[in-house]
Ligand binder design. Sequence first.
Ligand code: HSE
Length: 449
Amino acid sequence: MMRTRPLKVALLGCGVVGSEVARIMRTQADDLTARIGAPVELAGIAVRRPDRVREGIPAELITTDATALVKRGDIDVVVEVIGGIEPARGLIRTAFEHGASVVSANKALLAEDGPALHAAAEEHGRDLYYEAAVAGAIPLVRPLRESLAGDKVNRVLGIVNGTTNFILDRMDTSGAGYSEALDEATALGYAEADPTADVEGFDAAAKAAILAGIAFHTRVRLDDVHREGITEVTSADIASAKRMGCTVKLLAICERAADGRSVTARVHPAMIPLSHPLASVREAYNAVFVEAEAAGRLMFYGPGAGGSPTASAVLGDLVAVCRNKLAQTTGPGESAYTRLPVSPMGEVVTRYHISLDVADKPGVLAQVATVFAEHGVSIDTVRQQGKGPGGAAEGGSAEGGGGRRGGGDASLVVVTHRATDAALSATVQALRGLDTVHGVASTMRVEGE
Ligand code: HSE
């Protein structure tokens, strides 16, 4: 039976996402009412700048006093799209205390304080939903939390940051350097004025922490996630990846250890084969590959950012939370019963692409190979290439004697079989100590094979 008394929603933040949430609530009101079983009413919108023109939003709904709004006592659902840690965290807690469930898009807050917020929601009998916190419009949190609740997820591998995917895609397709590609991303509005959170991998790391926790039913803190950004990725890395039939992507990788007793979570650039589905994820799109024991391999793909896509995820949560309210129940809370520890990066096992600047003389290859062998790292392929005029690598094989150039320098590209990150780090450190190794130009992991 349809309830006529509306469910009241408080919106915290009315920027790119918040304004879209308000617009869809207005334009889709009848459908939302039918799907929920009661009308939903926007009861107030807390903003920092009340004077800004907001088309279609009644001025009387706007307030600068977010605390008073969430304390009103008649609010059923608080939608938090402010972002950041405070005041969002305090407002969410206050909302729970004053009768409201919460829908949030705040990945940084969920990654930093998810368990405590879940506990607060449970204590007060409220919902805490956050589909929009990871990969924008792509349904990922609910599939992991609900659809795959009967399966065992072993791996989550994804592109969860659109800005960096756009930059790497531009570097790959146009041959642009990192700075040039970043400038283009900024000009097109993909990268923010301060791109640090995206390009240094903080945004992706927060999403990885959230995904790993849900996928493995454990707790993964932001600090548990190994993080490397894309600022060190060069045109030479991209060219080298191409020669191997690969492309470079910033990946978030969450894995259950082979013995099932621990998990790892990491974010770093990696080479993946062009045949891997993630290689075809272009521009600012996101995609996440989930490997589960019974389901097999699942791929989730779509827009990972932007006002409308993120609002879609928020609205989906809003409908779910409103339905729960009407049914006088709550949805699934935190599931962290496995208590699996998070292993350090050194225990991660994968393959590596190492580019070395070496002296081009007899015996160097043998010396380098010996260092790998001494650290238990097995070499898959070696390619020697000379240095082009601008330092750019050129093709040529060691076996064929190619790559000999004036100045006595050559670039040696080694691709390994699977080894631990600790063994690889020790190998690289030892290589740096060789007189014949003038530098380690880059080390990049090779994934997805
Ligand atoms: N800045 C993020 C991205 C979107 O580029 O994907 C919000 O998480």
